[in-house]
Design a protein around this ligand. Sequence first.
Ligand SMILES: Nc1ncnc2c1ncn2[C@@H]1O[C@H](COP(=O)(O)OP(=O)(O)OP(=O)(O)O)[C@@H](O)[C@H]1O
Ligand SMILES: [Mg+2]
Length: 445
Amino acid sequence: MSLRARINSPEETGSRGEDGHLVSSYRAKLLEEIDLAEMSALAAAERRARLERVLGHIISREGPVLSTAERSQLIRRVVDEALGLGILEPLLEDASITEIMVNGPDAIFVERGGRVEQLPLRFVSSDQLMQTIERIVSTVNRRVDESNPMVDARLPSGERVNVIIPPLSLTGPILTIRRFPRSFTLQELIGFGSLDEHMVFLLAGLVQAKFNIIVSGATGTGKTTLLNALSGLIPAHERIITIEDSAELQLQQSHVVRLESRPSNVEGKGQVTIRDLVRNSLRMRPDRIVVGEVRGGESLDMLQAMSTGHDGSLATVHANSAEDALTRLQTLASMSDVEVPFVALHDQINSAVEVIVQLTRFGDGARRITEIAMLDSHGSEPYRLATVARFDAQPMTHDGRVYGDFRYFPLPRRTADRLYMASQPIPQAFGVAEHLHQLTTREAR
Ligand SMILES: Nc1ncnc2c1ncn2[C@@H]1O[C@H](COP(=O)(O)OP(=O)(O)OP(=O)(O)O)[C@@H](O)[C@H]1O
Ligand SMILES: [Mg+2]
């Protein structure tokens, strides 16, 4: 049976409670019969096969009359539970699932192909869900309990896990698992319609000419994915330092140093923040600094680095538009312990940030670059954003799809000159604005 069929097949052979009872009673019988020491010596796949065999014997010996499908389903569920993550096990195995969201024991949602759906699955009880959660967080030496009701962790396999439990959560223990994002090349992203050849041509020039680029978007819009693909355009001889909360970037170049921040341990000690890492990286002779996500005071250090010779830095920020991204960087920078007047931060951003790439997730699940904007203002001028590429969406069709076109606008003279000086071609589709009025600009505060 395919995984999908298995997930969607009705579990109701009897009431859900009885079904859960059947699973846990067989699980207990199975655990009685097996030799744990022998089990632990086996590889994961062998362990599963062995458990399935033993359980098959137990069911044949004393079990109820079951159809072949029911029998294999029962075996599967019991073994999944015995092996650890219970009903989550098959979901974690399913490569088409990118996110698993457990909202208490009764509601399990997944994201597939950009769309969220609820599955007809449930945990037997809140306790069983808590046990599963404890098993997950204990693999990374973390603890979740009343005094520690929120945990954010990355599993050794790369999945990112967030847990929040009552009393903070009002609907039972909540578990969110983000699958380790597959990395996509820019060509693959073109295939998804997230951007087109002309935009790749431009972005390649901007990365190679060492423009400072901020990738902006809301949660799950594909910021990390795009950052990874853009980082792939950095020339191989450059020394790249990547800084992340949970290491997701997968750069292919040979001279890459990967740094990952660290939360404090159970005693509340030993925290190393993104900010600490950004500061440290400046002493590591970087050619490029790539910051996974700017979400705190490191904004200031990064802006300072960008405007003082560490060109070509790349970072993402959580914002809904290009102007939002600027405001967000400014607000985050003001959260730093170094008190810099707000106006000075404004100047800093004007001299540090050069390109903003805005991502949007559409109703049909597609992720697209909706704008590439150049920050074309100086010093204390109001932020002036020049749109050079934009996605113009049409209203959603009745079957829920969103179509539209990418449009291109002239590059500011300054941008064209920088590209020229770095021996990067000026992409034909865009052209160059000789006068200010030829630019598609807007001001932002
Ligand atoms: N252009 C794209 N087309 C289709 N799927 C994409 C695209 N970009 C990213 N994805 C998928 O969307 C999910 C979220 O991507 P990603 O982690 O890059 O987003 P993010 O904006 O960095 O999220 P977060 O805000 O949580 O850090 C992943 O499963 C990823 O594979
Ligand atoms: Mg991300």
